[in-house]
Structures are given as structure tokens and as C-alpha cells.
Design a protein around this ligand. Structure first.
Ligand code: HEC
Length: 423
């Protein structure tokens, strides 16, 4: 009897993971929330994870990438980052669930436990029909690993508008890896457009034009969601300007024509009290000596001398030698508060990260950027063979030390009349 009890206890323990965790109950829900925005048909990921057959046939790969923390490609570390909206990282519990499910032989479970499939939206535009849609001409990237191309899109607008949201909509989601949206107020981009006989022009680290304040409008990467800026806030799109859209293509062996579009949503001028400006934190004067593997570079900080503000979003940017990047706020009393900390930088997975709660920038606080580079031969991404000293530049073989912090100022008011004022 005792032996039987022991045996059944052992059996229970052995079966417990299988009994506890099934595809239909837990795993399908995790995959739906954290993987399917990319692992669905005709999207950026190389295979879909839409059902049990998909998930079980990739079970061993899922185990490997989840244990190595390669997937999902959410880069900010919990430690050293403020909480972000639309975070698609796996928490520890979900990670362990996926791992022990594979360990237990990837059991299916009862179909009745399956969640409702994620709703499929009618329109590809996440916030309904945009007020303005801009489209690049059709372009087929060459059959190489990565192509970075800027396309010039005249807005056709005479008047200045305020933008509350921007979405890039890849023509071919299987090859568009990320998109950055810039504003060209000078017309410089038009001179570069098409000089090599193809639409647009080659660009890697930036749009190769002089950017004015507010010149970076936004960015898009697979898995990102489009949202309106908080009420009362807008980004300025000056009249007669052009949009320069940088597209990173990663065609993975096959190429096809692409025609990526940008949708912009306006906010009426009488509803905009504050501008959001993506302020660059930059160091352009560093040198990365060849062979060194852990080179620290700090960027100039910006100081808010008399005015206070809030950071709404942050977008760190380095090239291929970058390994780590951190942005933080130091208050006048020395207190350090985190904004973002990326411990395993990957150029392919850069993005705009929006804070769940805007990060306060009190008067006299400073914002710091610290980044680390590996310019040794051990860095498999090092583009330079033989190794060489690397400096700031826009090319693949150059580097950048840069982060854009999307800021609004507390005391700004663009409204002509503020209710409550006594003039
Ligand atoms: C933001 C988009 C995105 C999300 C979210 C995402 N993936 Fe991926 N996944 C990719 C892309 C793109 C690739 C192709 C390899 C690459 O570019 O890194 C990939 C590759 C993989 C691979 C094969 C990689 C290899 O080394 O063999 C596995 C397995 C995988 N993903 C599992 C997952 C799982 C499990 C989740 C959710 C927990 C997930 N992915 C979430 C985009 C995504």
C-alpha cells in the first residue's frame, strides 16, 4: 500500500507538468499574446505559430530561443528600464511555462480550453482610416541580406499640421524589418532621390539630410502597435515639407516588389497644447580603437535649466558594434531614475519605446546616455575586416552614439486662450 502510494506520488510528479501545462490551456495564450504579432502568415517571422501543429513542430526551436532569450525580440531589460507600453517580452512565469511544456513533450490538452483566436482587424490601419496616406513608388530590394533605402514622399500639404500618430504599413511584411520616418524641411532629400536610377537613395544610419528640430517623426518595427499621442500633444509637420522614409529590407533569400505606405493622423490645432519633440542625445566625437571589446562612450546630456518636462518615449540608436545602451535621468539632488537599458543591442531590433507613465524631467535634471561598443574580431557583427578605428558616421562601417527622447515641456501652451487665464 505504501509502495503504491509512493509510486502514484512519483507518477503524479512525473506527469505533473504535462497535467498542468498544455497547449490549449496556457501555451496557446502565451503564443497569442507574445509571438503571433510576427509569427503569422505573410509576416516578418519565417514561420507561423497559429495552432497546435505549428507550435509542436517547432517545439525544440521554441525551447532553444526562449531559454537563450532570443525570442521574443523585446530588447529593454527590466532592470534599468522604466515600464513600457505594449511590452511583448515574456515574463519569468511565461518563460518557464513554455520551457516546461516542451520538456514535458509538448502536450496538446483539451480543445475546449483553447482561447478565442485573436481578432483579425478589417483594416490594416490600426487607428482607422488615416487623414493622410503617403506611398513610396514600387521598389524591389536586391537579393542581399540587408538593404537600407530612403524614399522621399512629398506631403502635398501647404499648411502646417499636428500629427497625433504615424503608422508605417509595409507592402511586403515578409521583408520589411523596420521603418524610420523623418521630416525634410529643406528639400535636400529630393536631390538624392533616384540618382542611381532606382526610387529613393541608399542610406544606413540616417537620412543623409540636415534634420531640423522635430525632424524625426517616428518609427515602426514588427510587433509595434500604433497609438495616438496623449491628449493635448501633437508633433509638428511643417507645410510644404517632405517625409523621408527609411526602410530596412531583410529579404531572407527571396525578394519581391515592395510598396510601403505611411499613414498619418492629424490632431486639430485647437486641441494641441504642447509639441512633442524627439530630442537627440548625441556624441559625435568618439573613436572606437580596433581590437577593444568594451568601449564606453557617454553622450552630451541635455539640461532643463528652468523648465520642467516629461519624456513620453525613447528610441536608442547605434550601429553594428554597439552592445549596450542606457538612458537615464539625474535629478538636481543626484537621484538617478531609469529610462531604458538594453543589454544586448541588436541593430535589427531597434524601436520607439513608449513609457507606460511619462518620465518626469524636473527643472535642473539632466538626461544621460551611455553606450558600449565591441570593436574586436570576436564581435561577429563587426563589419570591418581588417579591424579599424571607428568613428561617427552614417555608413554601415561607421558607428553612432545616439538616442532620441520624445519630450514635452510642462509650461508650453500653444493654445491661443487658456481657460482660467485672466487676461
Ligand atoms: C517582433 C516580431 C517577433 C516576435 C514578437 C516573435 N518573433 Fe520569433 N522570430 C521573428 C523573426 C523575424 C525571426 C527570424 C529570425 C530573426 O530575424 O531573428 C524569428 C525566429 C524565431 C525562431 C527561429 C529562430 C532560430 O534561431 O531558429 C523561433 C523558434 C521563434 N522565432 C520563436 C518565437 C516565439 C516562441 C515567440 C513568442 C514567445 C516569438 N518568436 C516572438 C520575429 C518575432
Amino acid at each position: 500500500m505504501k509502495a503504491f502510494r509512493l509510486l502514484s506520488a512519483l507518477l503524479f510528479l512525473a506527469l505533473y507538468p504535462a497535467l498542468a501545462q498544455t497547449y490549449t490551456k496556457e501555451v496557446s495564450r502565451i503564443i497569442q499574446a507574445k509571438c503571433q504579432q510576427c509569427h503569422r502568415p505573410n509576416d516578418i517571422a519565417p514561420f507561423a505559430l497559429m495552432n497546435f501543429d505549428d507550435a509542436s513542430s517547432y517545439a525544440a526551436d521554441i525551447k532553444r530561443v526562449v531559454s537563450e532569450r532570443k525570442m521574443p525580440p523585446w530588447k529593454p531589460a527590466v532592470e534599468g528600464s522604466a515600464p513600457f507600453r505594449d511590452d511583448f517580452s515574456l515574463n519569468e512565469e511565461d518563460r518557464l511555462t513554455l520551457l516546461s511544456w516542451v520538456e514535458a513533450g509538448a502536450p496538446k490538452g483539451d480543445d475546449a480550453d483553447l482561447p478565442e483566436p485573436a481578432p483579425v482587424s478589417e483594416s490594416p490601419w490600426e487607428l482607422g482610416e488615416p487623414d493622410l496616406i503617403l506611398s513610396m513608388p514600387e521598389y524591389t530590394p536586391p537579393r542581399v541580406a540587408d538593404t537600407y533605402r530612403c524614399f522621399v514622399l512629398p506631403t502635398g500639404l501647404d499648411e502646417t499640421r499636428f500629427i497625433s500618430a504615424a503608422q508605417a504599413l509595409p507592402g511586403d511584411k515578409r521583408q520589411v524589418h523596420h521603418v524610420l520616418i523623418y521630416i525634410d524641411q529643406t528639400g535636400e532629400s529630393a536631390k538624392l532621390d533616384g540618382v542611381d536610377g532606382q526610387p529613393g537613395y541608399t542610406c544606413f544610419g540616417g537620412p543623409l539630410i540636415e534634420l531640423t528640430i522635430g525632424g524625426l517623426l517616428g518609427g515602426w518595427a514588427p510587433g509595434a502597435r500604433t497609438r495616438h499621442l496623449p491628449e493635448g500633444i501633437g508633433q509638428v509637420l511643417p507645410g510644404k515639407s517632405r517625409i523621408v522614409m527609411q526602410v530596412h529590407y531583410h529579404p531572407g533569400g527571396r525578394t519581391a516588389p515592395d510598396q510601403t505606405r505611411i499613414g498619418l493622423w492629424y490632431r486639430a490645432a485647437d486641441k494641441v497644447e504642447k509639441r512633442l519633440v524627439n530630442i537627440p542625445l548625441i556624441n559625435e566625437r568618439f573613436v572606437l580603437p580596433p581590437g577593444e571589446s568594451n568601449i564606453e562612450v557617454k553622450a552630451s546630456q541635455f539640461i532643463f535649466p528652468f523648465v520642467s518636462g516629461k519624456a513620453i518615449q525613447v528610441a536608442p540608436h547605434m550601429h553594428l558594434l554597439g552592445r549596450k545602451i542606457r538612458v537615464e535621468v539625474r535629478d538636481a539632488d543626484g537621484t538617478v531614475r531609469p529610462m531604458i537599458n538594453i543589454e544586448d543591442w541588436d541593430f535589427n531590433w531597434q524601436g520607439f519605446y513608449t513609457f507606460t507613465e511619462p518620465v518626469k524631467l524636473p527643472a535642473n535634471s539632466t538626461v544621460w546616455l551611455t553606450s558600449y561598443y565591441d570593436n574586436s574580431a570576436n564581435n561577429p557583427r563587426n563589419p570591418n575586416n581588417p579591424l579599424k578605428a571607428v568613428r561617427w558616421g552614417e555608413g554601415t562601417e561607421d558607428e553612432m552614439c545616439l538616442a532620441f527622447v520624445g519630450v514635452v515641456f510642462d509650461n508650453e501652451s500653444l493654445l491661443p486662450f487658456r481657460s482660467g487665464s485672466t487676461r
